[in-house]
Design a protein around this ligand. Structure first.
Ligand code: HEC
Length: 122
């Protein structure tokens, strides 16, 4: 019985969180750059990348992402299209096995938002 009560609590909290958040978007909504900027922080992308507009120290484990929108290729491999940016962010290791950027477990909507933000970095 104890256990059941414990299980019910998070589910209720989740329901409450959903119904209170009027900004929840349907799956596969177009990317939202402002949310993307926040997601880049939440997923700690700035632990390895210097990203304009995303607060963090200057780090150079990965390439700085300024001017990302103007680059021809993503990681020197993929043509820089929005779909490929999703692939890169979500499945880095499939695209380029063994590269120093780990798969970060980014959800699709978060990846879309990040891609939208990176699009603004001309
Ligand atoms: C552990 C360090 C690390 C983390 C964390 C990391 N990256 Fe990277 N990232 C890299 C490295 C290293 C590369 C270069 C890979 C290559 O060129 O093969 C890279 C490449 C990239 C590129 C391509 C850059 C270019 O110049 O073409 C993008 C875009 C990118 N990362 C986005 C992200 C996003 C978004 C996140 C957070 C979800 C993230 N990275 C988290 C290390 C990291």
């Amino acid at each position: 019985m104890r256990q059941r009560r414990f299980l019910a609590m998070p589910a209720l909290a989740l329901l409450a969180a959903c119904s209170n958040d009027s900004s929840v978007k349907p799956v596969n909504a177009p990317g939202d750059a402002e949310r993307g900027r926040m997601a880049l922080t939440q997923y700690a992308c700035h632990a390895c990348h210097t990203i304009p507009g995303v607060t963090g120290s200057q780090v150079f484990v990965g390439p700085a992402l300024d001017g990302m929108a103007s680059r021809e290729l993503i990681a020197g491999k993929l043509p820089n299209t929005p779909e490929n940016m999703l692939r890169w962010i979500m499945h880095t290791q499939d695209v380029s096995p063994g590269n120093a950027m780990p798969d970060m477990g980014v959800q699709e909507q978060h990846a879309r938002d990040m891609a939208a933000y990176l699009e603004t970095l001309k």
